[in-house]
Design a binder for this molecule. Structure first.
Ligand SMILES: [Zn+2]
Length: 259
C-alpha cells in the first residue's frame, strides 16, 4: 500500500469506537481523503491536537486501493484554528470546512482551492477585530470554491448570452441561470432576484482579489442573502451555516424579487 505525505486541513472528525476517529481532510496533494486515525482521542495520542477541526497539518496516509477507509499514520500540527472574540470568524471557518466537504469529490487534487482555504483560515483564525473584516475572507473563499466546482456565478457577463452587464442601478441575478442576466434575457425566468450595483461591485472585486476593505452592513446583508441562496441552489440544500452568515438587518436591505 502506498503512503502519501500531504499538507492537510481537517474538515471533519467523527468518533470511531472508544478512542479512534474517522477524519476527513482536504489535502493539497491528494484532494479530499477519509481516513481512520487509530487512538486519535486517547489522552496521550500521537496526533496531539493535529486533528482538531480546521487545524492545518502535515499528514502521512496509507491509501487503500479499494473503497475502504484510508489509514492516517501520522499528523503533525502546523497551525491550530484559534477561537477568539469574533463569532462570525468561527462560523466563517466552519463554512470553509463545509464547502470543502460539499463541493469536492474524494481524491481529486485541487491545489489552488487548498491554497484559498489556507489563506481564508489564516485570516479568520484568532480574529478579534470587527466582524466587517471577516466577510471579505469568507466571500473570497466562497467564490474560489464555487469556481473550483465549475459553478462560479457569472458576475460581469450575462449568464445566458454572455453580453456585458454594467453594474448600474439594479441588476437581475438568476439563481437557476448561474449569475447576472442582461435586460434582454431576464424576462420570463424563474428564481431571479435583483442585486444592487454596490453589492455586485463588491462581489466582482472579491472575485479578482481587489477588495480588502470591510464590507458595509447594508451591502453585506444583500450580498449574503444572494450568496446563501445561490449556494443553496448549487448544493441542492441550504448550507448548515447559512443562518449564521447573515448579519441582523432590517428587511428592506434584502434583495427584492424580480418580476
Ligand atoms: Zn443576456
Amino acid at each position: 500500500m502506498p503512503a502519501d505525505k500531504a499538507h492537510a486541513v481537517v474538515i471533519r472528525a467523527v468518533p470511531f469506537g472508544e478512542t479512534s476517529a474517522v477524519v476527513t481532510v482536504f489535502t493539497r496533494e491528494c484532494g479530499k481523503l477519509r481516513a481512520l486515525a487509530k487512538g486519535a482521542w486517547r489522552p496521550k495520542s500521537a496526533f496531539d491536537g493535529a486533528l482538531d477541526l480546521l487545524s492545518v497539518c502535515q499528514v502521512i496516509v496509507l491509501r487503500r486501493s479499494t473503497d475502504g477507509l484510508d489509514l492516517l499514520i501520522e499528523a503533525f500540527l502546523e497551525r491550530r484554528f484559534r477561537v477568539a472574540t469574533s463569532l462570525a470568524a468561527v462560523h466563517g471557518g466552519m463554512y470553509v470546512a463545509e464547502l470543502l466537504d460539499a463541493l469536492t469529490a474524494d481524491a481529486d487534487p485541487q491545489p489552488e482551492l487548498f491554497d484559498a482555504a489556507d489563506t481564508a483560515l489564516l485570516c479568520l483564525s484568532g480574529h478579534e477585530g470587527p466582524d466587517a473584516l471577516v466577510w471579505p475572507a469568507v466571500v473570497r473563499f466562497e467564490l474560489a470554491a464555487l469556481r473550483a466546482a465549475g459553478q462560479a456565478p457569472a458576475l460581469g457577463r450575462c449568464a445566458e448570452c454572455r453580453a456585458a452587464v454594467p453594474a448600474t442601478g439594479r441588476v437581475a441575478f438568476g439563481m437557476l441561470d448561474g449569475g447576472v442576466l442582461c435586460a434582454a434575457c431576464r424576462s420570463g425566468r424563474r428564481a431571479v432576484v435583483s442585486v444592487s450595483a454596490a453589492a455586485l461591485a463588491v462581489l466582482r472585486g472579491l472575485r479578482t482579489g481587489s477588495v480588502e476593505r470591510p464590507i458595509e452592513t447594508p451591502v453585506l446583508g444583500e450580498l449574503r442573502a444572494v450568496m446563501n441562496t445561490y449556494v443553496a441552489h448549487v448544493l441542492g440544500r441550504k448550507s448548515r451555516l447559512s443562518p449564521r452568515l447573515v448579519p441582523a438587518l432590517p428587511s428592506r436591505s434584502l434583495p427584492t424579487r424580480d418580476a
